[in-house]
Each structure stands twice: as C-alpha cells, then as structure tokens.
Design a binder for this molecule. Structure first.
Ligand SMILES: [Zn+2]
Length: 411
C-alpha cells in the first residue's frame, strides 16, 4: 500500500510527511509502528532524537542521567531554553513532542544499567550517543543478548565514527581486543609509581591535589590549576628534563576530561546514525522486496578536516567472548514471581545438564544494574527484586561452567 493511502496516519501527518512519501522504497506506516531506544542525549543523541522525531518514528525512548549545562548550548539544540540542571532526557522528550506531536516519547532520567530490562527487549534497535567505552561495552552486551542492532557513533575533535553492530552478522565491540587497549591508557598511573609519560606528571599533580584537599580540583579556579601546574612541572623536570614545561592550557586539557566537540561534526555523525536507523527499521519490518537500501556494516570514519570518509571491514572474531565460540551461553526462561531462585536454578541445571555441587552451589550475580551484586537464591523473584527480562550471571557449576539466564517474569 502506498504511503498516501495509509490508514494509520492522520490527515495532518499525511500532509506533514508529503515530501518523504515520495521517496522510493519509503514506508511511513512502518516507521510509525517502530520503537527506538536512544541512550545518551548529548551531542549525538539530541541530533538523532530530533531527526527520528521529524522523520516520524512512532515511539522514541530517551535515556540519560545527565542534566543540562550552559556549555551544552554550542551543540545541543533541544536545550536552548532549558533551565540549567534540568533532566536532559525529560526536557528533550518535551521538546520532541513539540516538534512532532504525533509520536510517543518516553524519557528515563536513568543510567543505562538501571533502565528496566524489558525495554531492551521490546524496542527495534538501540542508538548510542555515549561517551565512555564502558557504557558502549555494556550496551553491546545487551544488543547481543537481545539480538537487537545497535548503532554506535563517537566524535573526537574534528573526527567521528559510526558503527552498526548487527549481532552475529558483523564484529561486536568485544570482537576487537583493541577496544580494551584503548580503554584506559592512563589507568596504571598512581601516586606512588614513577611517571612513565610526561602526561602522567599532570595526573600525579591532580591526585596529589585531591589528597591534599580531600576533593577534586575545580578546573575553573586558576589558583588550583597553577598548584597542579607547579607540581607537574617539578616532576617533569625530574623525570623528563628535555621536555618543555606544561602551559596552563595543557594542564586544563588533561585534567578536565571534557572532550573538545562541535555541532558540525556531531551533526554529520548523528545524521549517518539516523539514516542507518531508518534503513534498519525498513529491513527489520518489511518483506525482501520492501527492504530499503543496503546496510552499512563497516566501521565508518569521517575526517572533518579533509572531508574524507574511510571504511574498515570488521570481521567477527570467531573466538569472541561475547558473540563467538567462547561466549557464555544465554538461556531464557519463564518464571512465576513467587518462585524461589534456587528452585528455578535447579530446574535449568537439570534441563541443560549443568552439574551442581550441593556443598558449593553456583553463585548468582545481578548484572542488569549499576550495583553488580550477589543474589540470595533462597529468595523469590519478587523479594530479590528481579525485574522482567532481567539477565543474571551464574557461575560456579561443578564443571566450572557459567551461564547467563534471562527471566520472563509472570505474575
Ligand atoms: Zn564479538
């Protein structure tokens, strides 16, 4: 059926989307029925959410634990009239409803970990506007476990990347051991060790400041910055005597962990994410003749200074611990909220032939939460506060194996 004959779109919506109805292969009804999760409503997330609202994706779920700051306004258009300190997700939802009143927008002022787990199950795809590797890796795990495509992107000064992870089709974030190496270049730096690189002198200065004052440095206070600068330059002279002393700017750049970022690069990367999202929704929900375009499953890099794009093909690592042969199996099981966890564990162990040592039974860990903690198996699902579609990690079967279990909880 053509978009013009749709019976789920109102007259007003048909008028609004008239121009895009004319695009070959476009299916507005399909977009109206789609549900997209956007994690991180910052430089990328704001642009993606705005684009998908304007395109007419019927249901958007926005997640961010951050609140607005005046320094967001060089790039995050939705917060232009937000009072400082407002929940980003909630304010963005309100503005998106003004942009397109025909869609549903839900907001969660929450971390990715504390979002109700059923949401990861019920949406069509995930879009990441995240700034940390840890959060990306966490979303990657949920994408694999729930078999949902995830569209990641990131920017670094004038460069950006976009990468679609299609579970079991292309490489996931954990297929590539590089991710781990990049994870924490300076992590090994401590107050006691010898600085291995000049930048470590600054971090040591920062640690010393925190120890002396019992609080983090205020990067806007010039006296505090020069205290660190003096300390860092003394160390620099001692360990790297050939180096030129650090300037105030260098000190701020290193200790203030805000990346330099600008709307032009954010907008390019977010538009690429949005266009892939539109295509993926068509691929997920239409018959083979109705698929729109081909998916970009390569890692795409954009250099904003040369205007060039680069593509890297990322083959899945057959031994990947998340999506390859070394992965921990995930089993899904329906349970009643009044069951005890021990009872369910016994059942799944017998079904899957997993040996339980009675004296040292396996331990269960909550992982869909920001507090990773052990669960007492004598509790019922209600008392252990296990939520619908929650995944727990169970280790210590007699043969040394471990599993993930995802619970569909019935009342
Ligand atoms: Zn993988």
């Amino acid at each position: 059926m053509s978009n013009f004959e749709s019976n789920i779109l109102s007259k007003k919506e048909k008028e609004r989307f008239d121009r895009q109805f004319r695009l070959p292969g476009w299916n507005q009804d399909l977009l109206k029925r789609s549900k997209v999760l956007i994690i991180g409503i910052g430089g990328l997330g704001v642009e993606v959410a705005k684009n998908l609202a304007m395109v007419g994706v019927g249901h958007l779920i926005l997640v961010d634990l951050d609140t607005t700051e005046y320094s967001n306004l060089n790039r995050q258009i939705l917060f232009i009239d937000a009072p400082e300190g407002t929940s980003k997700a909630k304010w963005a939802a309100k503005k998106l409803k003004e942009i397109n009143p025909f869609i549903q927008v839900d907001a969660f002022h929450s971390s990715l970990q504390d979002l109700p787990p059923y949401i990861f199950q019920e949406v069509d795809l995930y879009i990441a506007g995240l700034d940390s590797i840890e959060a990306r890796v966490e979303l990657n795990r949920r994408a694999i476990h729930n078999r949902k495509p995830m569209i990641d992107a990131g920017t670094a000064a004038y460069n950006g990347h976009v990468y679609v992870i299609w579970p079991f089709k292309n490489a996931c974030l954990e297929c590539d051991p590089l991710t781990e190496r990049e994870q924490d270049q300076l992590g090994a730096c401590t107050l006691v060790g010898i600085p291995r690189r000049p930048a470590h002198c600054i971090l040591k200065g920062q640690l010393q400041f925190e120890q002396d004052h019992g609080r983090p440095v205020n990067v806007k206070n010039t006296t505090e910055i020069s205290e660190i600068q003096n300390y860092a330059n003394k160390l620099l002279q001692e360990y790297f005597p050939q180096s030129i002393p650090f300037t105030t700017n260098q000190i701020i750049q290193i200790i203030d962990n805000h990346e330099p970022t600008v709307i032009t690069i954010n907008a390019v990367m977010a538009s690429l994410q949005s266009q892939e999202a539109v295509k993926i929704l068509h691929h997920l929900h239409s018959s083979s003749e109705g698929k729109l375009g081909t998916l970009q499953l390569n890692y795409l890099i954009y250099n904003g200074l040369t205007g060039k794009f680069y593509e890297l093909e990322k083959s899945p690592n057959p031994k990947c611990e998340m999506c390859g042969s070394n992965r921990t199996p995930l089993y899904k099981i329906k349970v009643k909220s009044s069951y005890t966890i021990a009872q369910t564990l016994k059942q799944i162990a017998s079904e899957k032939n997993l040996p339980i040592d009675q004296e040292f039974p396996p331990t269960l860990f909550k992982i869909d939460s920001s507090n990773v903690m052990e669960i007492d198996p004598s509790l019922t699902f209600t008392n252990a506060k296990i939520r619908d579609y929650e995944t727990v990690f169970i280790s210590g079967f007699e043969d040394g194996s471990s599993i993930y279990l995802q619970f569909k909880i019935e009342v």
